[in-house]
Design a protein around this ligand. Structure first.
Ligand code: UDP
Length: 370
């Protein structure tokens, strides 16, 4: 017979932070994950001396000092600053939208000239909130930038017309009247020097971990094996937990095509290049070695292809439109009624979280469930 204080479903960042905090205060945790490795989507693997981000680019950034200090306990971070480049047909632009982008687009030099240009083009919402992503983009930067750098990228990323997407998605993208290519506005930024997996390994020290174990199967066999737990933390898909009884929530999935280029040392000169035209089927190519200023021979590149999630695929992004948010609210009502079950993380909370927000939510969750 084995008796645990917590069964934690999902060995990703949320589950691992929760497990770490609980084991620290003497609780016993069994962590299960259906994949053959820990760390969920932040999983990195060292191949040919390069840390490869197996599930797409993960760049840690935060303005939350407590979270930044928290992660320093487990690893050292390098001084990587994300400065992606966008390619539209044969034109190349800096991101996020800043003076470098604007001067390339319109041949202008000063913030004043750019302000006037955007002012003359942009959609006036008359003080109203944007109703959808298209309106939000047109009111922020006008049609030139929208057409070349937003519309195609967004429609392939989300598989929906920009008029059918919530404005909130694009609110993530800063617009700057300075020559500053730093993608994020946050105070702290970097990549763990030995990759992300090490952080999760350290977080899970003291917990028992079972891989290749899906909760749906485990819950039926655990009692036969003599395994019991007091409380459950579930970080999988909330609709799956309830056997989709209210219907399916929608997610986007990603397909990654990774290539090792043995005879190429520097394929694209930057970690992230976005392909913003609709006709190119992938949204971006990442070159992993540039996340860590790695000068080794050879390079890994990954093309990222988004598509609609279907059962069996990995869910990456919740599609937080009205229909799904309403359905999630109903699942959440059921979740509140589940005794001794906590839901957390991007899939349990159906929320488009960055890594720092996941850690913050996990720490708050621990405090709320002492
Ligand atoms: N976006 C865009 N053009 C770009 C990059 C981003 O229009 O070149 C929009 C797009 O709608 C995307 C959103 O900004 O869904 C957020 O992009 P980001 O790269 O920040 O999100 P990630 O996929 O990395 O979480």
């Amino acid at each position: 017979m084995k008796h645990y204080d917590y069964l934690i479903v999902g060995a990703g960042l949320f589950g691992a932070v929760f497990a770490h905090e609980k084991t620290k205060i003497g609780k016993s945790c069994l962590v299960i994950d259906k994949r053959p490795h820990i760390a969920g989507n932040i999983y990195t693997e060292k191949e040919n001396d390069i840390n490869v981000h197996k599930y797409g680019a993960h760049i840690f950034h935060t303005s939350d000092k407590e979270v930044w200090d928290y992660v320093q306990q487990f690893t050292e971070f390098n001084n990587f600053v994300n400065s992606p480049v966008a390619v539209y047909k044969d034109e190349l632009y800096n991101l996020p939208f800043n003076m470098n982008t604007f001067s390339k687009m319109w041949g202008l030099k000063t913030p004043e000239e750019v302000r006037k240009k955007i002012e003359s083009q942009k959609l006036d919402l008359n003080g109203q909130e944007a109703e959808n992503l298209e309106q939000q983009a047109l009111s922020l930067v006008g049609p030139d930038i929208y057409t070349k750098l937003i519309k195609g990228y967004t429609e392939k990323q989300w598989g929906r017309d920009c008029k059918d997407l919530p404005a909130s998605i694009i609110k993530r993208l800063p617009v700057r009247y300075t020559y500053d290519n730093n993608y994020f506005n946050d105070r702290f930024q970097g990549i763990p020097v030995d990759g992300y997996t090490v952080i999760v390994e350290k977080l899970l020290e003291g917990s028992e971990v079972r891989l290749n174990t899906s909760y749906q199967e485990f819950k039926n066999s655990a009692a036969d094996e003599g395994i019991f737990w007091e409380k459950l933390l579930y970080t999988g898909m909330i609709d799956e937990y309830f056997d989709y009884t209210l219907g399916h929530l929608e997610y986007r999935t990603l397909k990654f095509e990774t290539e090792y280029l043995e005879n190429e040392d520097n394929y694209q000169g930057v970690a992230v290049v976005n392909y913003t035209e609709r006709e190119i089927p992938y949204t971006r190519i990442i070159e992993h070695k540039h996340f860590e200023f790695n000068k080794c021979k050879g390079t890994y590149i990954t093309r990222e292809y988004p598509s609609e999630w279907t059962p069996g695929a990995e869910p990456y992004y919740p599609v937080n439109n009205e229909r799904n948010n309403e359905l999630f609210a109903k699942y959440n009502e059921l979740a509140q009624k589940e005794k001794d079950v906590i839901f957390g993380g991007r899939l349990g909370g159906y929320k488009y979280y960055d890594m720092d927000k996941v850690i913050r939510a996990a720490l708050d969750c621990v405090r709320d469930n002492l």
